[in-house]
Design a protein around this ligand. Structure first.
Ligand SMILES: Nc1ncnc2c1ncn2[C@@H]1O[C@H](COP(=O)(O)OP(=O)(O)OP(=O)(O)O)[C@@H](O)[C@H]1O
Length: 569
């Protein structure tokens, strides 16, 4: 709002619109006084702008015209928004196969002339202002249909949707949140450009409703009497033109404000992706291996994942992978780039991309076979029992929504908290993950926070439901070494305090050594080795572990060993 008022045009327009609304809403009018003896009178103390061709007070006619014009424009916008948005949501939900027909119908509606249709409708329905405006609303509804269609398709392809989904928000809810934002601008433009202009033109042409005083009607009357008293045309045209201009300027400024480019931060590159490998004897999670509980929380057995190829073949990207995550342990899933770590994690979360599927094996979480659950059942687990911290947190945060809402909404949905309680809980979580000024972070948009803070926000969101298993994918790749160390310290403390299990997906051996109790090494989509981190990695008994160790010591850019798999069967 403050930046909107920094724009002088928008500030003046807003003041004018507020004045118009206040005057139209509060000023008393005297419509009934038509004096045949006082036709086209000059201004005096009773009629500040004089009288019209029927001896009625011009000020009262204009005030009442403002009131009706605003109400009529609101009817058009509301009808168009409700019809267009509802139709699009219904097609999106139930009628995907009718999409081509729907698009044909919307094109046909948009090709129609609004003025022509309302003139034709007037012949059938009579000159009622409200029925004319409702019909105009239906005619412009495709504008809203198109806008929502755009949101619907783009939202489903945005990175943050998967992340929000794991936090317990459905695609539908995310789309629903976005709709009011994108519809606000067009709604105002629609009100200005469409409704007011069409309504005024109809009245000037003498095709509007004669029973109600409108700007167009007053203008029409002034035209009729232009030779006798030309000044009256000034007042009515000035009021209508100023209102339309102010609303247009305001809507443009608002649209720029709502849809304008927000400066996204440059993706911060990891200057040093390594974290100091602790010396033998230092306290690490590995030291707790022997004391930790040993019962299995997540049991992945003979898991194979494949992607259907256009030629009918199946590209196997994960093959016969078996490992287990115990309750309360930090288990590392490590391997070079393309070795299948993320695909394995995604299969546990039910987030495999289109065309990808589990083609063999099982994933058992606390006794429940995850591969047999449907989307609804999986969502039920997400956010409460299994949580996820994604790779590249900045791109996974919804740029349109404040951090507070992104944290608070899942809390309200998942935990049934009130708005106030969710806010407090979200602030507590921000404190928990070590954010020094939680109030400020809560109010910020993603582009206003650092990558390290975004990572903490995701950890906070993941912890909200006190999950049993936290899956963390390459958590610190975009962070510099100091921030990495801080994030891991906080993650380790929280894991210890909350007693949850963590599946840490990383290609960084030093991270695995400093954080994990046990690791499973993936190579070419297969498990090479599973075991406690120290013997496996630090004693470098395994040749692949040795090669990964070499990677760690090499330059960060050179460490990305390509382990991609891609057998087709
Ligand atoms: N949509 C897809 N279609 C086909 N193959 C895919 C698809 N997504 C991933 N793959 C393949 O799956 C393999 C494993 O990918 P994955 O993302 O799990 O690697 P990763 O070990 O997480 O690597 P990185 O550390 O670089 O993210 C790669 O060979 C990749 O090309």
């Amino acid at each position: 709002m403050r930046s909107l008022l920094d724009n002088p045009g928008a500030a003046v327009s807003l003041s004018f619109v507020i004045l118009l609304v206040v005057v139209a809403g509060l000023m008393p009018v005297n419509l009934d006084t038509a004096h045949t003896t006082a036709v086209l009178e000059s201004p005096d103390s009773h009629s500040l702008l004089g009288t019209d061709g029927s001896g009625r007070d011009l000020v009262s006619r204009l005030v009442m015209g403002s009131r009706l014009s605003l109400e009529a424009a609101a009817v058009v916008a509301a009808t168009a928004a409700v019809t267009g948005v509802t139709a699009r949501l219904l097609v999106g939900q139930y009628g995907k196969r009718f999409e081509p027909d729907t698009s044909w119908v919307t094109n046909a509606f948009m090709a129609l002339s609004g003025l022509g249709v309302v003139l034709a409708a007037r012949t059938v329905l009579g000159p009622s202002l409200w029925s004319t405006m409702t019909i105009l609303g239906v005619i412009v509804a495709p504008v809203f249909h198109r806008v929502v269609h755009g949101v619907d398709s783009s939202v489903r392809h945005e990175f943050h949707v998967d992340a929000a989904g794991v936090a317990g928000l459905s695609d539908r809810r995310i789309v629903a949140r976005r709709i009011p934002r994108v519809v606000r601008g067009p709604a105002i433009i629609c009100v200005v450009g469409g409704a007011m202009a069409v309504q005024a033109v109809l009245d000037v042409l003498g095709r509007g409703s004669r029973s109600v005083p409108t700007w167009g009607g007053t203008l029409g009357d002034a035209f009729t009497n232009i030779n006798t008293r030309p000044i009256t045309i000034l007042w009515s045209s000035l009021t209508a033109a100023s209102a339309c201009a102010a609303l247009t300027l305001l809507s443009n400024a608002l649209r720029d404000e709502l849809h304008g480019e927000r400066p996204m931060p440059e993706p911060s590159c990891a200057t040093d992706t390594t974290v100091a490998v602790p010396a033998a004897g230092e306290d690490t999670f590995a030291d707790r291996d022997s004391e930790g509980p040993s019962d299995t929380l997540l049991d992945v057995r003979h898991l194979s994942i494949g992607y259907d190829q256009p030629d009918g073949m199946l590209k196997v990207v994960v093959d016969d992978v078996t490992f287990a995550v115990r309750r309360g342990e930090v288990h590392g899933l490590i391997g070079g780039s393309g070795s299948g770590k993320t695909q394995t994690a995604f299969s546990i979360l039910g987030l495999l991309q289109r065309g990808g599927r589990v083609v063999g094996g099982s994933i058992t979480f606390d006794g429940t076979e995850l591969t047999r659950l449907n989307e609804h059942e999986l969502r039920h687990l997400h956010g409460t029992r299994i949580a996820y911290v994604p790779q590249g947190p900045m791109s996974k945060l919804n740029p349109w929504v404040t951090i507070g809402s992104q944290l608070g909404d899942p809390l309200r949905v998942r935990l049934g908290l009130s708005r106030l309680a969710a806010r407090q809980h979200a602030l507590d979580l921000l404190v928990l993950v070590g954010i020094a000024d939680p109030e400020r972070a809560y109010r910020s948009y993603p582009f206003q926070i650092s990558a390290g803070m975004a990572q903490r926000v995701f950890i906070a969101a993941a912890l909200a439901g006190e999950p049993d298993l936290l899956i963390v994918d390459e958590p610190t790749t975009a962070l510099d070494a100091a921030v990495q160390a801080e994030v891991f310290d906080r993650l380790r403390d929280l894991q210890r305090d909350l007693g949850m299990a963590v599946l840490l997906v990383t290609r960084d051996l030093s991270v695995a050594v400093s954080v994990c109790d046990r690791v499973s090494v993936l190579r070419h989509g297969r498990i090479d080795e599973t075991g406690p981190v120290r013997p496996l990695v630090l004693q470098t008994s395994h040749p692949y572990a040795t090669s990964l160790c070499d990677e760690v010591l090499a330059e960060p850019q050179a460490t990305q060993q390509d382990d991609s798999v891609g057998r087709t069967t």
